[in-house]
Every structure is written in C-alpha cells, then in structure tokens.
Design a binder for this molecule. Structure first.
Ligand code: MEV
Length: 327
C-alpha cells in the first residue's frame, strides 16, 4: 500500500490566458490531496473519496473509465473525481508496463473540488505517483508532471495548460509559458483564500473563453494583456514588491471579468477583501464560482470574508515548497 500527496495551488496571475501560450504564475499552497493505492488481485478500480465537496462516495467498476458507477451522489461530481483518477491510473499502468493492474484507491483531500485550488491536478499527480510506486516504478517529479499533464489533457478534451499539474508536481511558485515550466524564487506571500462553497466547470469555462476570443478582438487583446501583466508581475515577485503584486492582481481580476469567468459571489469576495485593506484580490483558477485569493498581512481580510454572506470558508494559506511526495 502506498500513500502519496500533492499540493493544491492559487494563481497569482495568468489563468485562462496560459491556455493560449501566455505566461502564468501559480503558487502551491499548504493544502494537499492524499491518495492511497493498494494493488488488487483483479483489474478493477474501487475508488473511495472524502472531502472533495462531497459527503464521500465509493465506486467500484471494471478495468477502465468505461464502467458505470452505481452511487448515491450527483453523477457529475462522481465523474469529475473518478475521471481524473482513471486517467491517473492509466498513466501509472503505462509507466509500469502493467496494463491490467487493479487498485483500491482512497482519496482524502483538503482541497474542495472545482473551486480553483487545483484539486484535480493534485489528485492526478498524487494518484500517478502512488499507483506507479505500488507497481514498483519510481517516477521522477518531472515524469509525474508530464504524465499528470497528459492525464488532464485527456479528461479536459485537449483544454488544459501545463500550469496546474506542473505546480502540483513540483510545489512552490512556478512560471509556465507553453511547454516551458520552471520554478521561481518567491518571498513570503500572505495569501488569504475565500471560498463561496461553489464550483465552476473548468472545461465549459475554458471553452467559453475560447469562443469569446475567436469571436471578438477585445477578448484576444484581453488574453494578450493578461500576458503583459504577468510579465510585470514576475518583476514585482522578484523584487518582493507586495504592493505592486496586489495592484496587478486587481488588474488581473478585471481582465478575467472581461473574459466572462467571474461571478457575483467571486466579485463580492474580491470587493470585500479590497475594502478590508487587502493589497489586492482576484479570483483563482477557472472561475465561475469557488475561490478568490487576496494578499493581506493583517487579519482584516480574513475577518471581513468570514462575516460576508455567501463566503462559506476563509483561510490563510502558505506557499508550499514541497510538491508530490510519498507520505
Ligand atoms: C484552471 O485551474 C486553470 C485554467 O487556466 C485552465 C488550464 O490552465 O488548464 C483555467
């Protein structure tokens, strides 16, 4: 039996635009997904998940993702979770040259599903690492990142950048531009996260931005403007200039709103954070609902979000410099 974990993340800058080759800077945070994998005698997968914005569920099905899980929770949530697990197992089977390997899998996650904190990338990276390890294949971090990207690409039907999976695999602050993925030096970043209890559909949101970009020049210009902003953000990060980082986060949120991926509750949390004196605040991840990230060294933003109607949870997050690991 092997347990592996990988961190979730917030986007300091650049989500959505990164899908079109612009740079992005996601940062791993100290909330992890843990995946425990035990080899079975047959080729079935049995998946038990807890804390993925679900009450918990167990599904068992034969061989591949084509099974029809019979469970008592919304099918869309089960498919969202098991789709990534299936794809992760497929990658591990391939890496270990064990195409018929079956597993009992337990997922425990501190990261809500579909909320912009990278739960799917964390589950995918940890799942690949644990399953490969259980089959005797010791994967390097780079191999996990590469295979996690392939898995996400398959589940999201070609609509994925390398940003989420590279960040979860390596940890820390990273910069991703197309195929070029690297780690960045970062100062202490006083992240405050607000969660509205909801979730966005990443595939649909990415497809929506693609359609907007194909239909309107302003949207293509907005995507390019996010890229310019990220380049300024990198300089601010290198200089440790938190005030400038905050201002650029505010601009980034405005550009994401223009691309149609914010929501009333995300905007409300962003404005509550700014009113409380945060250096900056923006939605994080695909949007549509889920989480915002703010920069604030004081307690004010956390307090303001805690009492904001519609904000279900708020917490302070630290940069996590450790990526995927065996527990
Ligand atoms: C989702 O966490 C981030 C997006 O940029 C999609 C991706 O990069 O694959 C919206």
């Amino acid at each position: 039996m092997v347990t592996a974990s990988a961190p979730g993340k917030v986007y300091l800058f650049g989500e959505h635009a990164v899908v079109y080759g612009e740079p992005a800077v996601p940062c791993a945070i100290d909330r992890r997904a843990r995946v425990t994998v035990e080899r079975r005698a047959d080729d079935h997968l049995r998946v038990h998940a807890e804390d993925l914005s679900l009450d918990g569920f167990t599904v068992e099905y034969g061989g591949t993702a084509s099974g029809d899980p019979d469970v008592d929770v919304p099918q869309s949530l089960v498919e969202a979770a098991t789709g990534y697990v299936d794809a992760a197992v497929e990658q591990a089977r391939e890496a270990a040259d064990a195409p018929d390997a079956g597993f009992d899998i337990t997922i425990e996650s501190e990261i809500p599903l579909g909320a912009g904190l990278g739960s799917s990338a964390a589950v995918t990276a940890a799942g690949i690492y644990a399953a490969a390890e259980e089959l005797g294949a010791d994967l390097s971090t780079d191999e996990v990142a590469e295979r996690a990207y392939s898995a996400e690409l398959a589940v999201q039907e070609g609509n994925a950048s390398r940003a989420d999976t590279f960040c979860s695999a390596t940890g820390g602050a990273v910069r991703v531009e197309g195929d070029d993925c690297r780690s960045l030096d970062a100062p202490d970043l006083p992240f405050v996260v607000g969660f509205d209890g909801g979730a966005g559909d990443t595939g649909a949101l990415v497809a929506g931005v693609r359609e907007l970009k194909n239909s309107y020049d302003f949207a293509a210009d907005t995507v390019a403007a996010v890229g310019d902003l990220v380049r300024s953000g990198e300089a601010a990060l290198a200089a440790g200039d938190l005030a400038e980082l905050g201002e650029l986060m505010n601009f980034n949120h405005g550009l994401l709103s223009a691309l149609g991926v914010s929501s009333r509750s995300l905007d409300a949390m962003v404005w509550a954070a700014r009113d409380a004196g945060a250096l900056g605040a923006k939605l994080t991840g695909a949007g549509g609902g889920g989480c915002v990230v703010a920069l604030d060294e004081t307690e004010e933003t956390e307090t303001a979000l805690r009492y904001l109607p519609g904000c279900e949870e708020t917490f302070r997050a630290e940069l996590d410099t450790e990526g995927v690991r065996v527990e």
